[in-house]
Design a protein around this ligand. Structure first.
Ligand code: TXA
Ligand code: MG
Length: 325
């Protein structure tokens, strides 16, 4: 678990001085900078290798700070904040005056969230401001769910890493466009569509595919080094064995229904039957298959219900066309 009260003070001081601090949240690790300091925010983009037009999420210590960061909070946004914060939900709202345009990628809206992690919340309270933080990985790669992943990927580019152990949710927050009267989902994540709909009392549209271009979203996001191929669950083994015979080093994400099957492949990870456990493990599994030298990963999509929607979204993006290097 690592991080002590002293570490949190050190991290808050570094943020005040324009530094970069990686910190745990319940979803994935974030790479944080003072959201009001354009130079510090610019360093985040540099460390990630992320184009500066891609907006970041501003993390706050509590919903009571919302008025400082958003110009307007519609009733539905307030309702969602009351129900799901602290938690894996990000609300996109009209930008308040405090947010630097560097953090919003020049947009007139801002993404805000209150994370549900004791270390993140202590850091945010101690810093007493907004922390702009994307996931603490290089642009386009798999998000980190342990402090070790952050150090391996960003190394010297981070001034300090707060270690909070493995993240409990494992996929990023659900992003909801709450600027208007009819909220919609821009990215499925840790809060399920069903839970959002139950609170709002109406159906929510999901605009998360590459058909609708959200700034900062590319089909190749969340990708391991190995190429990801998605097939029907019952075809996973045959596809994997065929590719292995053709000379690939095949990694398999074996669907729960096939858990006990023997597969002739380079590396096999049996996917947990519970979507909670699958979401928690997903990025670690992809990293593990990369580390074991796989050049191809064969997987299938889970049913797109509950957390299955976020898992399917990340697998589709991992399998999507790659950006030029
Ligand atoms: O769980 C999470 O959300 C993690 C942790 C660290 O909080 N953060 C995270 O940040 O996933 P990042 O930068 O990897 O993803 C932020 C997403 C991007 O897809 C970006 O396009 C979207 O949020 N976003 C940020 N501001 C936006 C805005 N004003 N309008 C629409 N989308 C926005
Ligand atoms: Mg990210």
């Amino acid at each position: 678990m690592g991080a002590t009260t002293d570490d949190i003070e050190t991290a808050a001081d570094l943020l005040r001085a324009g530094g970069l601090v990686a910190f745990p949240t319940e979803t994935v690790y974030g790479l944080g900078a003072n959201a009001e300091d354009p130079a510090a925010v610019a360093r985040v983009f540099q460390a990630k290798g992320r184009p500066p037009t891609h907006p970041l999420i501003v993390h706050l210590a509590g919903a009571e700070h919302l008025a400082d960061w958003a110009a307007e909070v519609p009733a539905s946004a307030r309702l969602l904040a009351e129900h799901f914060w602290p938690g894996p939900l990000t609300l996109v709202l009209r930008r308040g005056r405090r947010v630097s345009l560097a953090a919003t990628g020049g947009l007139e809206t801002v993404a805000v969230r209150v994370p549900d992690h004791p270390i993140a919340l202590s850091l945010l309270s101690s810093f007493a401001g907004g922390v702009a933080a994307p996931s603490a990985n290089r642009f386009g790669s798999v998000s980190p769910t342990t402090a070790g992943h952050v150090r391996a990927e960003l190394g010297e580019a981070v001034d300090f890493v707060l270690d909070g152990g493995p993240c409990q949710v494992g996929v990023e927050s659900t992003i909801v466009d709450a600027t208007g009267d009819a909220p919609s989902i821009l990215r499925p994540g840790g809060v399920t569509r069903e839970d959002l709909e139950a609170v709002l009392g109406r159906a929510l549209a999901v605009h998360s595919t590459s058909r609708v271009r959200v700034p900062g979203q590319h089909p190749s996001h969340y990708a391991p080094r190995a190429r990801v191929v998605l097939v029907e669950p019952e075809k996973v083994i045959i596809e994997a064995e065929l590719a292995q015979e053709l000379g690939h080093r095949v990694g398999v994400l074996l669907p729960p229904a096939l858990a006990d099957a023997a597969v002739k492949a380079h590396a096999v990870v049996a996917v947990p039957a519970s979507t909670t456990a699958y979401a928690r493990g997903l990025y670690g599994f992809l990293r593990e298959l990369d580390q074991r030298g796989c050049d191809l990963i064969v997987a299938s999509l889970p049913v797109e219900e509950g957390l299955g929607l976020a898992i399917a979204n990340r697998l589709l993006r991992a399998a999507g066309p790659r950006l030029p290097d």
